[in-house]
Design a protein around this ligand. Structure first.
Ligand SMILES: [Zn+2]
Ligand SMILES: [Zn+2]
Length: 104
């Protein structure tokens, strides 16, 4: 299932239309990352060749609040008796399926 992002600017900054840079990190039009698994957004920081991201709480363009389901995901795994550090993580939990199924 595709995520509807909050605004056109966010959409363009996550997936810029660019045929020169298959890797968004190489494209200076790409500024944001979306992680479906945690329904979280981050800003791309390119510092001296390092690729780092920091999660954001609001869209910087339209102000839409953003969440981060990392903790909820680990809690849900724990409820299923799965130790995410050592057990194989079910396929649902590797994508956005787990939180969509739970109506989160
Ligand atoms: Zn580009
Ligand atoms: Zn937005």
């Amino acid at each position: 299932m595709r995520k509807e992002h909050c605004c056109d600017t966010m959409r363009a900054r996550i997936a810029p239309v660019c045929d020169q840079h298959p890797d968004p990190w190489d494209c200076n039009k790409a500024l944001m990352v979306y992680w479906p698994r945690e329904d979280a957004y981050g800003i791309m920081n390119r510092i001296e060749g390092e690729r780092m991201t920091s999660r954001i709480r609001f869209c910087r363009w339209c102000g839409d609040p953003k969440r981060d389901l990392s903790d909820a995901r680990l809690d849900a795994l724990e409820e299923l008796g799965i130790d995410w550090a050592t057990d194989p993580v079910p396929e649902d939990f590797q994508t956005d399926t787990w939180w969509r199924r739970r109506g989160l």
